[in-house]
Design a binder for this molecule. Structure first.
Ligand SMILES: *Cc1c(COP(=O)(O)O)cnc(C)c1O
Length: 230
């Protein structure tokens, strides 16, 4: 496919995803724009991402600090109003760079990261919005705090580390019905009085919107499949 075709196809996909989100909001009685689209641009080059920026999208998600540092400082110079979310696991030795670059960090999930972020935030006087990631499926290989530890952890983030937590995030297990995971995350957010819920990806974002997601993270439904070999 030519470059022009790819560009056009990405913009059509973006429109379609936005329209599906609005439909899901409507059918579930939520207000218009209650759910925000985070366009997940991991593995895609700046030149491809520009097509989405030119179409007006401003909220993006990346899962690696280093990859983001290569792409986003320049893109943020070129386009006003970009909001960049870190949606992948954060190592404490990258907290410094993460606080400097990201507007939202969705993957606070352990004591060490909470304390390191608190120090960096104080040092840089930069205040990214923070989400706590919950491992709703209790998967051994997956990041996130265990559901039954989430309330205590968020309380410690607030009281011990002085962090303001804005919401919760989850990635349901592959191949499982995501509904119960979204419901669990919503229940925890209500218990903690947290307004924001990041849940739902290309395969299930409409369900997530219907179940009160304030942020859905959609990559391949916009950009097409990712190629990890390059
Ligand atoms: C890659 C990724 C997404 C987007 O996945 P798609 O299925 O391509 O929409 C969403 N959330 C997280 C945490 C991711 O790493």
């Amino acid at each position: 496919m030519s470059k022009l075709d790819i560009c056009g196809e990405i913009q059509v996909n973006l429109k379609q995803v936005n329209s599906n989100i609005r439909k899901a909001e409507k059918s579930s009685g939520r207000s218009v724009n209650a759910s925000q689209l985070i366009c997940v641009s991991k593995t895609f080059e700046a030149d491809i991402i520009k097509h989405v920026l030119k179409a007006g999208q401003r909220v993006f998600g990346e899962n690696r600090v280093q990859e983001s540092q290569k792409k986003w400082p320049e893109l943020k110079e070129l386009f006003d109003g970009v909001e960049l979310h870190l949606i992948g696991p954060l190592q404490s030795n990258k907290a410094n760079e993460a606080v400097a670059l990201f507007d939202v960090i969705q993957t606070v999930d352990r004591e060490k990261i909470a304390s390191t972020l608190a120090k960096e935030i104080q040092k840089q006087q930069k205040f990214p919005k923070l989400f706590v990631q919950v491992n709703t499926g209790s998967e051994a290989q997956k990041a996130g705090i265990e559901p039954d530890e989430a309330v205590a952890f968020v309380t410690r983030c607030r009281e011990v580390h002085g962090l303001e937590i804005a919401g919760l995030m989850c990635i349901p297990p592959n191949g499982e019905n995501p509904g119960p995971h979204f419901a669990l995350l919503r229940k925890l957010s209500e218990a903690l009085d947290l307004p924001l819920l990041s849940m739902g990806m290309s395969g299930d974002y409409e369900t997530a919107v219907e179940m009160s997601a304030t942020h859905v993270r959609v990559g391949s439904a916009i950009f097409g499949n990712r190629n990890y070999s390059t």
